[in-house]
Write a protein that binds this ligand. Structure first.
Ligand SMILES: *Cc1c(COP(=O)(O)O)cnc(C)c1O
Length: 354
């Protein structure tokens, strides 16, 4: 059966990325990508091209480094404070990932929670706060994958702005110059799990007084061009193929236009529905993860709707266990027609019950 993959992560990838990675893993010169040295001319060329496409497509300015590291986004929750937190850091608490990042930072110093929407089940992104100036950095999560809220603006911060962009990287143009550091796991919008990207302004590093173990020091990986140790070569290759795909469809601006159309189609259907309602505050709702539930009077039909769509090939729309209901992830690679299919099934279900 044709599958409509709305998984939250690992998530849908362009067919070109899967086929291209498969081709390299299979090997085109009698050797598989998995069998060659990460220091070989071949892989070295791939890594160099991956970094330069990343810089080109995200418009990364001079003075910033782009590195790839194992350990996913979660290791960055610890590496960021290890490398940047001298006394205290400020965090915006907008969801479970933000909270996990705060938990790690507390190992290294004081954490100032400048604002939080936890008391409202993270249904919105707080805006009424001031960024302290006596902190080492200010950390935000630009897209809250679990709760379906997104910070669309590159905010001005008087201290280095650090952003977890795991689930919205390359979904919109970003003014990288406003950030001190951007990081994320690649498995939502870029490639195969286990890899993280880090974009860092070089002059914010080297300022903490503690010693940093070699592997956890950004400086190590910048100096070695992401080849200090053996990096996850297959995930890096999948990112390379995805960046090529993004370029081939017209770049991040075109991707963003598509993402806006997809999200509008689904949110319009939710807003017009008699049986569904969205859970996130309208102004903050994410283009990437659309969270919705059945209205209270239809709540007992959620299981039936889940079965109905899954029998028709829709995969991965069960909401996160902390939110319930449904979550449709509309990452870059998700074709517009998939959203059309989901919307039709929602309308059919609505006709059946009401
Ligand atoms: C998925 C996700 C993470 C965790 O990524 P891992 O690679 O599993 O560590 C962190 N932050 C956000 C916003 C995410 O969506």
């Amino acid at each position: 059966m044709k599958k409509y993959n709305f998984n939250a992560g690992p998530a849908i990838l362009p067919r070109e990325v899967i086929d291209g990675t498969m081709y390299a893993v299979n090997g085109y010169d009698g050797l598989s990508l998995m069998e060659i040295s990460h220091r070989s001319k071949e892989f070295g060329g791939i890594l160099k091209d991956t970094v330069s496409l990343f810089r080109e497509l995200l418009d990364v300015p001079y003075g910033y480094s782009v590195i790839f590291l194992g350990g996913g986004a979660s290791l960055q929750f610890c590496m960021v404070p290890y490398n940047l937190l001298e006394t205290r850091a400020a965090y915006l608490n907008t969801g479970s990932w933000a909270k996990k990042a705060m938990k790690e930072a507390k190992f290294f110093g004081d954490v100032v929670e400048v604002a939080s929407s936890e008391d409202s089940d993270y249904t919105f992104i707080p805006k009424d706060y001031a960024i302290p100036t006596d902190v080492d950095y200010f950390h935000v999560t630009t897209n809250n994958t679990i709760f379906g809220t997104e910070l669309f603006t590159d905010i001005y911060s008087p201290v280095p702005l650090v952003a977890d962009m795991s689930s919205d990287i390359f979904s919109r143009p970003v003014d990288v110059g406003k950030y001190g550091l951007i990081y994320g796991g690649v498995q939502k919008n870029l490639g195969t799990a286990g890899l993280a990207f880090v974009v860092v302004r070089d002059d914010i590093l080297g300022k903490v007084s503690r010693s940093i173990p070699t592997m956890l020091d950004y400086g190590t990986h910048i100096k070695a061009g992401s080849l200090y140790n053996t990096p996850p070569v297959v995930p890096i290759y999948s990112v390379f193929k995805n960046l090529e795909w993004i370029k081939s469809v017209g770049g991040v601006g075109e991707i963003n236009a598509r993402n806006r159309r997809k999200a509008a189609l689904l949110y319009d259907a939710i807003d017009a529905s008699r049986i569904f309602r969205g859970t996130a505050s309208v102004g903050d709702r994410s283009l990437m993860n659309v969270c919705f539930v059945m209205k209270d009077e239809y709540k007992e039909l959620e299981g039936r709707f889940a079965d109905y769509v899954s029998a028709r090939g829709v995969v991965g729309i069960k909401g996160h266990r902390s939110v319930g209901g449904f979550r449709a992830s509309l990452y870059n690679a998700l074709p517009e027609e998939y959203v059309g299919v989901l919307v039709s099934l929602m309308k059919e279900s609505e006709r059946e019950v009401a």
